[in-house]
Unconditional design. Structure first.
Length: 141
């Protein structure tokens, strides 16, 4: 489950545009940072959502194991890819609304605080304003 959260967090970090934020910081713009992992852990339904994603993975694994015995190597590979795509789509369906809400909360808090660029706290080496608490409060509204 932690691997899934970290993968999702990395997606959010990339969506925030770390590279753009670094160049904005060099240009003198105000930079904030958010501990995105902490925000997701604070999200009310994250455990339920992650459990649903885990259940989908388990079902796919069981389906693969039950069908794989009668397939050759290329059939196993095709089945594995098909099931992986189904699980990834289901994960996106479940996590997408949460991701959008977190991104919207980050944008709202940043705008309210006069922050031009926001990065994940793991990418911030020095300075900036911590927006994590405000983002969590915004997500919980």
């Amino acid at each position: 489950m932690k691997k899934q959260i970290m993968t999702f967090i990395l997606t959010v970090v990339m969506a925030l545009g770390i590279c753009g934020a670094v160049s904005a910081a060099e240009a003198g713009n105000v930079v904030g940072y958010v501990n995105v992992q902490q925000v997701f852990q604070s999200y009310p339904d994250i455990k339920t959502t992650m459990s649903a994603v885990d259940l989908e993975r388990q079902k796919a694994q069981q389906e693969f194991e039950s069908k794989a015995a009668s397939l050759d190597d290329s059939g196993k590979q095709a089945l594995g890819e098909k099931l992986s795509q189904q699980v990834a789509k289901r994960e996106q369906d479940l996590m997408g609304p949460i991701q959008k809400k977190v991104q919207k909360a980050i944008a709202t808090v940043a705008k309210r605080a006069g922050i031009n660029s926001v990065v994940d706290s793991s990418a911030m080496l020095y300075g900036g304003k911590d927006l994590t608490g405000d983002v969590i409060a915004e997500v919980l509204k």
